[in-house]
Design a protein around this ligand. Structure first.
Ligand code: BTN
Length: 256
């Protein structure tokens, strides 16, 4: 807390030794009430969740497993924009504290040499018109060793320590990420759009100009990623030359 320079993000921190999932904890907490910007941090998650119902490996003391709880006055279809903000904040935090250049794999992964070091799971509750609350779950493999990953995961995931060879102080990294997050998030709420950070976001994208496989409910389509809109949608060119906008809720992108 003493490392933080924020006004409201992380002013309240719930620190847990072990929990099933910090996002689950946040949802339960939200059944009553909570202070906007509360951050839930756990040393270990016993059933950490990833996107699309996947499991998220969260060994004790090895990573940053946290959830930022928010009460934004935005529409549900804007929620994915908060994921983009979180990705940008993680990337900038890692650059500042670890002096490492990572890239964003649209919409919500941070990758290093093509392997994932961070995933973001944003979940919301609310009406059709307005959001009640948002849980922005951030999982970063900080000091995980190769042995912490399953054989399957090691092909696609890595950690800051594996890449850098030295341990990183998680506290400092958390504080810097929350600083960046608040700064981007506050600007977003004032401006009502992500236009102000899109140039920076696009420069950090691993996808642009690359082939992507769109995995949707109608099967898989091969396309080429060309752009991202200020709404956070990916613009892809299909085989027949037409452009299509896809949102993260509709598809999952494979390959970078
Ligand atoms: C993904 O890439 O699939 C998203 C992974 C999100 C993991 C984080 S860790 C903190 C929070 N609690 C969870 O159970 N999941 C998110």
């Amino acid at each position: 807390k003493e490392l933080l320079n924020t006004n409201f993000i992380g002013k309240e921190i719930i620190y847990l030794n072990s929990v099933d999932s910090t996002n689950n904890y946040g949802k339960k907490m939200a059944e009553n009430d909570f202070t906007d910007g509360t951050v839930i941090i756990a040393e270990e998650q016993t059933s950490g969740r990833g996107r699309l119902g996947r499991h998220w490996i969260s060994p004790k003391g090895k990573g940053i497993w946290m959830t930022i709880m928010l009460k934004p006055d935005i529409k549900p279809d804007q929620a994915s924009q908060i994921t983009l903000i979180a990705a940008m904040a993680v990337l900038k935090g890692i650059k500042a504290i670890c002096d490492m250049d990572t890239m964003i794999k649209w919409p919500n992964d941070i990758v290093l040499n093509g392997k994932k070091i961070c995933g973001i799971l944003t979940e919301m509750s609310g009406e059709i018109e307005r959001i009640n609350y948002l849980c922005v779950g951030i999982g970063i493999n900080v000091n995980s060793e190769e042995s912490d990953f399953t054989d399957k995961a090691i092909d696609i995931a890595t950690s800051i320590k594996i890449a850098k060879g030295v341990k990183v102080e998680r506290k400092k990294l958390i504080a810097r990420i929350l600083d960046y997050f608040e700064s981007y998030y506050s600007t977003f709420l004032i401006k009502g759009s992500l236009k102000f950070m899109m140039d920076e976001y696009k420069r950090s994208l691993a996808n642009i100009g690359k082939e992507v496989i769109l995995i949707g409910k109608d099967g898989e389509i091969l396309a080429k990623a060309e752009d991202v809109t200020a709404e956070g949608h990916l613009v892809v060119r299909l085989g027949d030359g037409t452009l299509m906008e896809v949102s993260s809720g509709e598809v999952s992108v494979r390959g970078i």
